[in-house]
Structure formats: structure tokens, C-alpha cells
Ligand binder design. Structure first.
Ligand SMILES: [Ca+2]
Ligand SMILES: [Ca+2]
Ligand SMILES: [Ca+2]
Ligand SMILES: [Ca+2]
Length: 260
């Protein structure tokens, strides 16, 4: 599933950066709560909640299904004043996840967008997400025309400008074609799997795992070439003809300690 793909990718990139001696950066599925953050909360019918933000960071949580009833609460901690986009997935652990982009509508300001930001805790209330895959799929989807599990249009939620700032963008690099669905949940190669779930999202035959393997091999080769040749260790102990083993010299003891 998407979270697995992303978390494994993030872990792999992190490992690569560490191997390079590089620093952190990049998105992560479970970041520590930022010090200047707000809590986005609400209830949903059993759901993965994801936020994709302008600086490339990624945040996710799942609703609490230990609470009886269909309204499962969730809380997602997001950085203050960072523009993000929200995606919710029901049936995320099944073969037929139903993925909904959330749209925010500020009726007072006559603004609507999938991009939003805030600096205060927000309770979205109950979000009545679609639970069922489009019954017309495959072939005749009505609310999921290409039958990739991603609903064609965002589910609009009315918000107050005192809580959420709806950010209308002239162009959105995270929704390049401006159809209200972020690039991560487009299906670029038209194979019925959205990019975020597709291990080969451009359909060129090279999966993300093959790419990671290739990168690892290249980096290992590069490191091996960069490292100096190993200097042969000095002889640790010598045996002279006719006499017992000799005490090792001090440098030899140090060399032996180093390899032990
Ligand atoms: Ca779709
Ligand atoms: Ca789009
Ligand atoms: Ca695809
Ligand atoms: Ca590919």
C-alpha cells in the first residue's frame, strides 16, 4: 500500500544519505511533532489520513478504530502556516482502497481549494467519506471514471476562515493539471493504480525497487573506488629459527588491536 511504499522509500533514501555521509531532509511518514504546530482533528469511517505539504514533507495518521461505532476519531499534527493538501483513504488495507481528496470551501470568503494552512487547532467534524469502490468499475465508473480507486473530484468541506485559511493558487506544483487531485494520486501510466500505490508509476518497466537497487550498487561502487587501498598489516609475531615466539613490537600490538 501507499504508506508502505513511501515509508520504505523514505527509509531507503535515508539509508543512502547516511551511507553518503549526508544529512537529513525529505519527507517522512512519522515525523516528530513540530514545536510550532496545530492539530487537525475530526472523525471518519476508518481511514488513513495523509497530508502533502509545500516543502515536500509528508504527514500521516490513521483514525482510532478502537472506539465503538462508525465515527473513528483522528488527530494529525501539522506545522503552522505550511500549505498542505489532505487525502483520506478508506479500506486502505484491502485490495480496493477508496481514496478521497479533500477540498476546503470558505463560503464567507468565497474561496475554495485543496490547499490549506492554519496556525490553530481545527476540528473538521465528521467527514462522510465514500467507503465503496465505484460499482461501475472496471469499465463504467461514475465517480471514479478511470477506476484507479481515486474519486474524480475532491470531497468539499466547509471551513471557517478563523480556523483554516483556504489557499487558492494560480498554479499548484502538487496538482499540475489543476483537476483537484494531487499528482501523487494521479495515474500517470493509466494502469489503474495511482502513482502513490504504483511501484512503476511511469510504466517504463523499472520499479522503485529496481531503481533503489541500482542506486545502492552505484553508491557502493563509488565508495569502494574512493576508499584508499588497504595497507598490509605489519607482521605481528615472528618466529626465528631455533628460538621461541618473539614478543610483538608495539606497532604490531596496536595493529592487532585495531583489527580485533
Ligand atoms: Ca479515479
Ligand atoms: Ca491533478
Ligand atoms: Ca499507475
Ligand atoms: Ca518506472
Amino acid at each position: 500500500m501507499k504508506s508502505v511504499k513511501k515509508s520504505l522509500l523514505a527509509a531507503s533514501i535515508s539509508a543512502l544519505l547516511t551511507a553518503c555521509g549526508g544529512g537529513g531532509g525529505g519527507g517522512t511518514t512519522t515525523p516528530p511533532a513540530p514545536s510550532t504546530s496545530f492539530t487537525l482533528s475530526g472523525t471518519v469511517p476508518g481511514t488513513l489520513i495523509e497530508a502533502f505539504c509545500d516543502d515536500g514533507s509528508y504527514y500521516s495518521t490513521t483514525s482510532d478504530d478502537s472506539v465503538p461505532g462508525s465515527d473513528h476519531p483522528f488527530e494529525l499534527e501539522l506545522p503552522n502556516n505550511l500549505v498542505c493538501r489532505l487525502v483520506m483513504t478508506t479500506n486502505e488495507s484491502t485490495a480496493n482502497p477508496v481514496i478521497t481528496q479533500i477540498g476546503f470551501v470558505d463560503t464567507g470568503a468565497s474561496e475554495e481549494s485543496i490547499a490549506f494552512t492554519s496556525d490553530t487547532d481545527v476540528d473538521l467534524g465528521h467527514i462522510d467519506l465514500e467507503m465503496n469502490p465505484d460499482p461501475g468499475c472496471p469499465g463504467a465508473g461514475t465517480y471514479d471514471a478511470n477506476c484507479d480507486g481515486v474519486l474524480d473530484t475532491p470531497l468539499e468541506i466547509e471551513v471557517e476562515s478563523t480556523e483554516i485559511e483556504v489557499v487558492e493558487l494560480v498554479s499548484d506544483p502538487m496538482d499540475t493539471d489543476r483537476d483537484g487531485i494531487i499528482n501523487a494520486y494521479e495515474d500517470d501510466d493509466g494502469d489503474g493504480e495511482p502513482n502513490a500505490l504504483d511501484e512503476d508509476d511511469d510504466g517504463d518497466g523499472m520499479t522503485i525497487w529496481m531503481m533503489m537497487t541500482t542506486m545502492m550498487v552505484r553508491m557502493t561502487t563509488k565508495r569502494a573506488k574512493a576508499e584508499p587501498a588497504i595497507t598490509p598489516l605489519p607482521q605481528v609475531m615472528t618466529r626465528q629459527p631455533g628460538v621461541s615466539w618473539q614478543q610483538p613490537s608495539v606497532p604490531s600490538v596496536m595493529a592487532l588491536t585495531a583489527i580485533l
